[in-house]
Write a protein that binds this ligand. Structure first.
Ligand SMILES: Cc1cc2nc3c(=O)[nH]c(=O)nc-3n(C[C@H](O)[C@H](O)[C@H](O)COP(=O)(O)OP(=O)(O)OC[C@H]3O[C@@H](n4cnc5c(N)ncnc54)[C@H](O)[C@@H]3O)c2cc1C
Length: 479
């Protein structure tokens, strides 16, 4: 992909805060950059958040940061820059070959290096009734509000864990929805043990305060140390039961209460989307305070395979500012490794970015420790509860697989079809991991990750057939 003048070419997968920062840095250093995103609009999970349709503000500070990000986006242009939206990276092969699909057209890009910045997705949790219409992820509610100005219900309960619960509850209320409560699994006192980490983080503290202020204005109660135990209804959520729980999320007897709602908005943290990195055999690791599975990298965001760099949530769950710093460092390292900047300049710039990253990672580690689903959460699952919604696999099938000796998610997948559906295990993997851990005492590494194989999502066979001749063979054999 390098041009005649051999300007190094880099493909950045994912146009969220991390990918945009990487692309910006690479362009500044003189590289050619192709930024691809499967969504029609760039910005990722964070920059999309402003609820323009209803003019819902999430605080001046947050709006300013979103605006700053959008300015960065607008600044990405020029002869050396190509933006491919609506473009899925469905495979990554060594050395640095990115398989893409745009509309019905497949292609294989062969850059000098790849920055992976595909982010994370929200984690769901299984409980009786979680697959009923009316149960919706927090990010889904935000998307509907920000893109279309649509509220997906009238009377909401917001449940799970993490600061996003407060943000979403506030947005729903400001958009005119009735929120009967926020059910937060972590205990109210949990953040107090980590107060010293927030010293000097006034922006974070203010953000949390702003969310609580909005909830107070709308009389929305926060039930800390509570978990949802069931959603019920005739073809649609009509009521939700939740109960007090201990620090392990074990439900305490005689504490259940039931509320009538038409929408249950859930969020149980994030899960890094590591499949594309794993297709190229980049090493991954599990660390609880990194948010779980992430792509292993060195102190310059280099993954374990040459020519592949990682940034943002893929390298560990954290906020948008951490994603930006890791993106900038990934871009800087790629530019350095491709000979675009001197050792001296690299050392100085990388040191400053590493310092930023260390500070931001510190806060991310604290949040990942406080807001993590408790080990006892799967106790609310009954044998009939669906675990894999794509293939409609019930918990009883997982119980049978465990009884037969299966512990790893790949073994469970082979025996039950769990994870073989449209989402390819993205939704059910964390649920299976938590369930097997609880039922069989397996660690996250015992359960592992579903083997990543191209294509990342189903793609039309005709698109493969239309690939340029030199690539048909390799793409078909990879698939
Ligand atoms: C609903 C929601 C609300 C959040 N609120 C906040 C908040 O208030 N504050 C905060 O700091 N953080 C928030 N976060 C976390 C937020 O995701 C991160 O802070 C930040 O967006 C991470 O940036 P990223 O670039 O790593 O990933 P993302 O922003 O997720 O961007 C990744 C991009 O990669 C694209 N992509 C992924 N895979 C592929 C592929 N194979 N091919 C092509 N494109 C691909 C996606 O379409 C996406 O645009 C929120 C996240 C969510 C989901």
């Amino acid at each position: 992909m390098s041009d005649g003048a051999s300007t190094p070419a880099i493909v950045v997968v994912g146009a969220g805060p991390a990918g945009i920062a990487a692309a910006t840095m690479l362009l500044e250093q003189g590289a050619r950059v192709t930024l691809i995103d499967e969504m029609p609009a760039v910005g990722g999970q964070y920059y999309k958040q402003r609820s323009a349709a209803r003019n819902i503000s999430r605080g001046r500070d947050l709006d300013e940061r979103v605006e700053k990000g959008q300015d960065r986006l607008a600044a990405l242009h020029g002869d050396r820059f190509t933006l491919l939206t609506d473009t899925l990276a469905w495979g990554l092969f060594q050395p640095s070959q990115v398989a893409t699909l745009r509309g019905d057209t497949a292609d294989i890009l062969s850059p000098d290096a790849v920055v992976l910045a595909g982010g994370a997705m929200e984690r769901a949790a299984a409980f009786p009734g979680w697959t009923l219409p009316g149960v919706i992820m927090a990010g889904g509610v935000q998307s509907l509000l920000s893109k279309d100005g649509v509220l997906p219900g009238r009377r909401f309960l917001v449940a799970g864990t993490g600061p996003l619960l407060l943000a979403v509850a506030g947005e729903i209320a400001e958009a005119g929805g009735q929120v009967v409560g926020v059910v937060e699994g972590s205990q109210a006192t949990a953040p107090l043990r980590h107060l010293h980490h927030f010293w000097g983080q006034m922006r974070r503290v203010k953000e949390a305060w702003d969310y609580r202020r909005v909830l107070a204005q709308h009389d929305i109660p926060i039930y800390s140390g509570h978990v949802v135990t069931a959603a019920r209804g005739d073809g649609q959520v009509e009521e939700v039961t939740f109960a007090r729980a201990d620090a392990n999320w074990q439900v305490l007897p005689d504490t259940q209460r039931t509320v009538a709602v038409d929408t249950l908005c859930i969020h149980f943290g994030f899960e890094a989307l590591t499949e594309i990195a794993r297709m190229a055999e980049c090493e991954t690791a599990w660390e609880g305070d990194r948010g779980g599975w992430h792509v292993v990298h060195d102190d310059g965001m280099r993954a374990s395979q040459p020519g592949i760099y990682v940034a943002g949530q893929l390298a560990g769950i954290g906020g948008a500012d951490l994603a930006e710093s890791t993106g900038a460092l990934a871009g800087l390292s790629a530019a350095h490794d491709l000979g675009l900047l001197s050792e001296r300049s690299y050392t100085a710039q990388a040191a400053s970015l590493r310092q930023d990253i260390a500070q931001r990672r510190d806060i991310a580690r604290v949040l990942n420790t406080i807001y993590v689903p408790g080990a006892a959460l799967p106790d609310v699952v009954t044998p009939e509860t669906i675990i894999c919604r794509c293939e409609e696999i019930q918990a009883s099938a997982i119980d049978t697989a465990i009884a037969e000796g299966a512990l790893s998610i790949n073994d469970i997948k082979r025996r039950t079809r769990c994870g073989m559906g449209l989402c390819q295990g993205r939704i059910c993997s964390p649920i299976v991991r938590a369930y097997v851990a609880r039922k069989a005492g397996a660690s996250p590494t015992d359960v592992g990750l579903i083997t990543a194989r191209p294509p990342l999502r189903p793609i039309p066979l005709a698109a493969l057939a239309d690939l340029p001749d030199e690539h048909v063979g390799e793409a078909v054999s990879a698939v």
